[in-house]
Design a protein around this ligand. Structure first.
Ligand code: GLC
Length: 535
């Protein structure tokens, strides 16, 4: 486990509620995760990232924390957490945990004190404001959740509104108060001392708000979408002072050695997103636009090149195809495109993050409308371990997808042609490939159906189309197949033209004899990790 391990890591996101249930109550838990770590090890992931497991009234399924230094009894105990960390570390798997710093639960003791009285010492730990002259909310800020409308809730007892950027059960902390900063500092240390290897920082860009609480400009007053903010500046997020908090977090992380922070920063503007990672704050951040693209090779090229062009050469984004917040890959792009999507995510230059179940091609299974508590339940259904489900012996908190009989780990484990085994092959190849781990990235011109790029001495060619495509690759006459989405692709293939089957992706090593002196694009690229080459 050596320095900057996270730079080429594959993370595996676990939604604790839905991964594995050890006690039959129908809800996943930490001992369940521990018992299933061999699946993660066989996949070859470097780390697990756990969505929140803290005590919570579950107004936002754990993203409303009522105690930062404990485990919700439904998921287990702190001892279970420690046992999970030990078991993960013994398999060479690191542990990254989600930390929600923008808001707490409205049942957190800090908030209970804060709302108890206008003169309570913790009043200023949250963002309180007097009503507007007409008695309505203090300004025009909206909750990121469309269903919630205004971001303000009136507390009748004290006659003021509090800010909630998400549900009313998630009051925003006031990070301008040094006591809040100090309290959260202790939380970071609490978990780092327990051996966690990193944090995923929930809505990292939201920590600071305009101190005067001025209205947002009219053009964004109605922009409620959480994951795609307009380019126009807003006064309730992405303020420069946010970076002071993130720098302080980094100092703490660096004090512990090899730990890292991965930011969730839903900002569509590449230049602004780029300020959140690779400097003296968080080491990496999700490339949010990556999971918003339509299934279109040109769209992905534009999306990736756009952020790369605005990113410091030594900075790395994190690529995920799906998360607990968005519809699953297979449901958005179709199962036939899942192999190419996987190859793309695992061969780009950056951290990769696999959402549990993506490796077997799980699809969304939205419950009937009246049972869908959150609107995001469809992508959070229980992991499909075997033909009977294998998630719980009890009654699962969400129904398993109807295709569990065919789409499951057991059915795919020994099938060399399965999606699961493609993920394993790709991850194993990535781990052993200097070009993928440290090489630069440059995209290449290709037919509209194909996204092609160089990574060091490798060429990655991805056919997004449902029909075969052939095209001449400039430079080399031939390349050796390193990994393919097809099992029957081996040996040396011609690049004049390179023929790709429908929905096929290949990683090719460019013919060694053709390389010297040819000055191909992709050699000695600016993105080459110079820092890693240094002694
Ligand atoms: C993040 C989480 C999401 C949550 C929100 C509020 O976007 O990923 O699940 O609802 O923050 O904490």
């Amino acid at each position: 486990m050596s320095g900057q391990w996270w730079r080429d890591a594959v993370l595996y996101q676990i939604y604790p509620r839905s991964f594995a249930d050890s006690d039959g109550d129908g809800i996943g838990d930490l001992p369940g995760i521990t018992a299933r770590l061999d699946h993660v090890a066989q996949l070859g992931a470097d780390a697990i990232w756990l969505s929140p497991f803290y005590p919570s009234p579950q107004a936002d399924f754990g993203y409303d924390i009522s105690d930062y230094e404990s485990v919700d009894p439904v998921y287990g105990t702190l001892d279970d957490f420690d046992a999970m960390v030990t078991a993960a570390h013994s398999r060479g798997i690191r542990v990254v945990i989600d930390i929600v710093m923008n808001h707490t639960s409205d049942e957190h003791p800090w908030f209970l004190e804060s709302r108890s009285d206008r003169t309570n010492p913790k009043r200023d730990w949250y963002i309180w404001a007097d009503p507007a002259p007409d008695g309505g909310p203090p300004n025009n800020w909206l909750s990121a959740f469309e269903r919630c409308g205004t971001a303000w809730k009136l507390d009748a007892a004290t006659g003021q509104y509090y800010l909630h950027s998400f549900t009313p059960g998630q009051p925003d902390l006031n990070w301008r108060n040094p006591d809040v900063h100090a309290a959260m500092h202790k939380v970071w240390q609490f978990w780092l001392d327990r051996g966690v290897d990193g944090f995923r920082i929930d809505v990292a860009h939201r920590l600071m708000k305009d101190p005067q609480l001025r209205d947002n400009p009219p053009e964004v007053a109605h922009a409620r979408r959480h994951f795609s903010h307009p380019v126009v500046r807003q006064r309730n997020l992405d303020l420069p002072e946010v970076h002071d908090v993130l720098r302080d977090l980094r100092v703490v992380l660096d004090g512990y050695g090899d730990r890292f922070a991965l930011g969730e920063v839903p900002i569509s503007d590449d230049a602004r997103l780029a300020t959140y990672f690779g400097g003296d704050g968080m080491q990496t951040a999700f490339h949010i636009a990556f999971w918003e693209q339509p299934w279109d090779a040109r769209a992905f090229r534009r999306c990736i090149d756009g952020l790369v062009a605005r990113t410091r050469t030594d900075a790395l984004p994190t690529y995920a195809l799906s998360t607990h917040d968005i519809s699953r890959t297979v449901s958005r792009y179709g199962i036939e495109h899942a192999p190419v999507a996987a190859m793309m995510m695992l061969t780009l230059r950056g951290v990769a993050c696999v959402y549990y179940g993506e490796e077997i091609g799980m699809a969304d299974a939205p419950p009937a409308l009246e049972q869908d508590v959150d609107g995001r339940d469809g992508q959070r259904t229980p992991m499909q371990w075997d033909a009977t489900g294998g998630f719980t012996t009890g009654n699962p908190w969400l129904p398993l997808a109807a295709d569990q009989h065919v789409v499951n780990v057991a059915a795919q484990a020994d099938d060399p042609g399965s999606l699961l085994n493609l993920y394993r092959r790709l991850i194993a190849y990535r781990r052993g490939s200097e070009d993928l781990r440290r090489g630069g990235y440059v995209s290449l011109d290709s037919p509209a159906e194909v996204f092609a790029y160089r990574r060091g001495d490798l060429l990655v060619a991805l056919n997004f189309a449902d029909h075969p495509v052939a095209f001449d690759v400039p430079g080399d006459a031939a390349g050796r197949v390193e990994v393919s989405t097809r099992l029957d692709r081996e040996g040396v293939v011609s690049m004049r033209p390179l023929e790709l089957e429908a929905c096929e992706g290949v990683v090719l090593r460019l013919s060694v004899e053709n390389l010297p002196g040819q000055n191909l694009p992709g050699q000695n690229l600016p993105g080459q990790d110079a820092a890693e080459a240094a002694p």
